[in-house]
Design a protein around this ligand. Structure first.
Ligand code: SF4
Length: 398
């Protein structure tokens, strides 16, 4: 399905994004982290207080510039990701206030880590109107965290951070699987630990090749990944969890989910290394923080990489996101692209149907139980390609 999609980005300078036509999610990137995990696929740098403060100032200036230029733009959902944005909780709350001052209420989701979130930070986030905190737990068990190359933290400390977060509507816990030494029973323990915690949303995602060098924690085989994925899905079902996406499960059915792409294939990103997808265009801001701050100070565009997307590529991305969100809306597809999904992707859909990976329910094309892993795999491959772009840009200091 993604074979017609190439990921050759172009170096650009001074590319000004055009104002989006309708409301879109806004992604805000905060790259600072308390430590560098060897399995990380994101743009992250070690936390330094002075650098983080300067960065928040630039981020605020970039957002203010954007809001003033795009007077009609609306961002009803704001996702603050990283990195570990809760390292800069005060700055993040101030930034959310700025966004609200331009456009009123927004639903906000903020990523954090059980190593740094405490009662005080949760109070600040809740007062700033944050409705979702997503904690990068990765494992509830200290020996497994050590295997992943993370500092040890007790299960009790993780559970008490989750409990502190539970005053906001949605508390998501990220758990990673398919790392060396992980047994099937270990993954069952993780799902059960989530179930017994105060968190109400679980994102289970497969380990991907890290952008760090040398990579010291590498994923096990795809065969093992598939077995672990299927086991986790059946355990989640046994516990009565609702599946929201190929990777996300919930104790209820509401709340923001793990990925804004499920609600909208288009989004705008601000901050160093943030990516945007607007009609026909995929871009990434510069990954060089000094360059980012200097561009913002001069009021110049922060985009450094771009890729024009053909209609076929847009259609495939939309289809991937739809299947990942467990239902590709056929009417929505036709409205968006002016042709039906079977006309756009006849061979791919026929093959997936013949293999029993998807089925047509009339309104939507949905993954079957068997096809869920295929969708997870497609999404993982897409993320790996995107993380190659990140790795290349970080290495070249673009
Ligand atoms: S995995 Fe999360 S906490 Fe670890 S370095 Fe990456 S962004 Fe930071």
């Amino acid at each position: 399905m993604m074979d017609r999609f190439n990921f050759n980005v172009e170096l650009v300078d001074g590319l000004e994004l055009s104002e989006p036509e309708g409301p879109l999610p806004l992604y805000v990137h905060v790259p600072f982290c308390p430590f560098m995990c060897p399995f990380c696929v994101f743009f992250s740098v070690p936390y330094r207080e002075a650098a983080a403060r300067a960065y928040v100032k630039s981020l605020t200036a970039e957002v203010e510039g954007l809001m003033s230029r795009w007077e009609g733009a609306r961002f009803p959902e704001v996702y603050v990701g990283g990195g570990t944005p809760t390292m800069l909780t005060e700055g993040v709350c101030e930034l959310l206030d700025v966004i609200r001052s331009y456009q009123g209420a927004v639903e906000a989701s903020v990523e954090g880590s059980p190593y740094d979130v405490d009662d005080n930070k949760v109070s600040m986030l809740a007062s700033a109107g944050v409705t979702r905190i997503s904690l990068g737990v990765q494992s509830f068990f200290p020996d497994r965290l050590a295997r992943l190359g993370r500092p040890r933290i007790s299960s009790e400390a993780i559970l008490s951070t989750i409990e502190a977060c539970s005053r906001v509507k949605t508390v998501n816990v990220d758990i990673i699987f398919n790392y060396p030494g992980q047994r099937e029973g270990d993954l069952i323990d993780e799902v059960e630990a989530f179930y017994n915690s105060k968190a109400n949303q679980l994102t289970l995602y497969p380990l991907m090749p890290s952008i760090r060098e040398p990579a010291t924690v590498c994923p096990c085989s795809e065969k093992r990944e598939r077995a672990l994925y299927r086991l986790a899905v059946s355990q989640a079902r046994r516990l009565g969890l609702t599946q929201l996406t190929a990777w996300c499960f919930s104790k209820s059915s509401g709340g923001l989910s793990d990925e804004y792409i499920v609600d909208s294939d288009l989004f705008v990103g601000v901050g160093a290394g943030a990516m945007s997808h607007l009609r026909g265009l995929f871009t990434a801001n510069t990954f060089n923080i000094s360059k980012y701050e200097s561009l913002v100070a001069k009021g110049e565009p922060t985009v450094s990489l771009a890729r024009r997307l053909s209609r076929e590529e847009e259609e495939r991305l939309y289809a991937l996101y739809g299947l990942y969100g467990l239902g590709l809306d056929k009417d929505g597809f036709r409205r968006k692209f002016g042709r039906g999904v079977y006309r756009a992707m006849p061979r791919e859909l026929l093959l997936m149907e013949l293999l029993g990976l998807v089925k047509d329910t009339g309104r939507s094309i949905v993954p079957t139980s068997r096809g869920l892993y295929a969708v997870s795999l497609l999404m993982k491959l897409f993320y790996i390609k995107v993380s190659h772009i990140r790795a290349m840009a970080i290495r070249a200091s673009l």
